[in-house]
Design a protein around this ligand. Sequence first.
Ligand code: NAP
Ligand code: MG
Length: 493
Amino acid sequence: MTLEYRNYIGGKWLDARSGRRFERENPATREITGSYPLSGPEDVQDAACAAAEAQRAWRRIPAPRRGEILFRAGEILVREKERFARDLTSEMGKVLKEARGDVQEAIDMTYYMAGEGRRMFGQTTPSELPDKFAMSVRAPVGVVGLITPWNFPMAIPSWKIMPALVTGNTVVFKPSQFAPKSSHNLIAALEEAGLPPGVINLVHGEGSSVGQAIIEHPSVALVSFTGSNAVGKQIAVRCAELGKPVSLEMGGKNAITILDDADIPLAIDGVVWSAFGTTGQRCTAASRVLVQSGVYDDVATRLVDRALKLRLGDGLEEATDVGPVVNPPALEKIASYIPVGHSEGAKLACGGERAHPTGLERGYFFQPTVFTGVMPSMRIAQEEIFGPVTALIRVESLDEAIEVNNGVMYGLSSSIYTRDVNRAFRAVEGLDTGLVYVNAGTIGAEVHLPFGGTRGTGNGHREAGIAALETFTEWKSVYVDYSGKLQKAQIDV
Ligand code: NAP
Ligand code: MG
């Protein structure tokens, strides 16, 4: 029997008003993992009203008390980690080890933001006038609309929900229809932790209806979105028309640079993990490897050898290295890049085809794929493929590597392998991405540092760390004049 899940609006678990539903399947086995409300604008209307109503009381609850609720939610996530990880693997495919990491990231973020309830620092500063006190405090924005993708279905919602809540906002949240159970689990943990009704509202459904309605709703004061560039751009344009602040985290075309002096086995480990972890479906995936001439052939041989040994299968099996991709459109998109690479003159060194692991013939699997002889301007070196495909590009120098690294529309993550500290620091300075790793792959962000990218990856905001507070608060500058007379700033007496 299919498990039926509901929206969470005003503290109640509700069906869509239309009664319509959609099903999500396990991308490895094609079993149905659950049925969810196919909501519409009328459900968003209910959610936004509940959030607006709850706003009044929630913003007045002292931040340390709000933080305590988050802390309890963190404890529930710890208790349920294994179950939530299994649910996550079965609905979007990543291997269990990584699914546990996804849940752990939500735990880390929840605890981190719980602690922020007792910090949330503003500034106190001298006034230019006597008998006057000056300080700044953070104020909540109001009702915020959150829209998230499927590839980190616990972590990414937590990056948005936890800072939004601790700073006193209330939330209308639409998760991806390709990973709805993880969001259900996260919201159920917040409910159990004692979050008051209406503070968080979960509305399942499609981006084009539910997502759009959230953006349009007059009560929603701010939108925070993670997903593709195409959708992000559309949202940014609409938010500009509506005069709403919007924070965007979008795609990547990340590169690992391997210089001649690098520890090559270590670098190969980093490439395999960064290119094929989460089946290449990470915004920070290494879809380009820039290799200095002296080690290019060695790196190519070793990488292909490792890629061929990766075991595809159901992520719930401990022996599986690489799970399925998320859905048929993803499979199609990835496959479409193989002839593109061919026609541009790249060499397909391994992979390039749909895979059919025994017993999972109907699953959405794609072979780990390596292109060699790739030129920086080729489409496979410029466009986000979002699958287990990486492109080896030969470079002659560190300067050339930096130029190639920066020569794409995205700026999320980059990595360099070298044993030369001078070259490492030159790279840190020159790589134009929001994240830079030295002697590690392109993935491995920690929640207390800012996360996000430059250029086409974002619009100037960062998630995680203290940076997240900037998105979800307004600064309020407070002047207290205790002189008992009219004092005028900037006016000569
Ligand atoms: P997506 O197709 O852009 O969807 C993201 C979210 O937006 C989903 O919830 C989607 O709903 C919703 N949506 C779609 N159309 C919409 C519209 N017109 N109005 C409002 N909402 C709309 O992205 P995805 O396929 O889920 O995720 C993969 C992408 O996310 C990749 O490009 C990846 O690089 C990016 N990503 C970026 C980061 C980062 O931090 N920079 C992290 C992870 C992923 P439905 O799909 O449910 O209809
Ligand atoms: Mg999509």
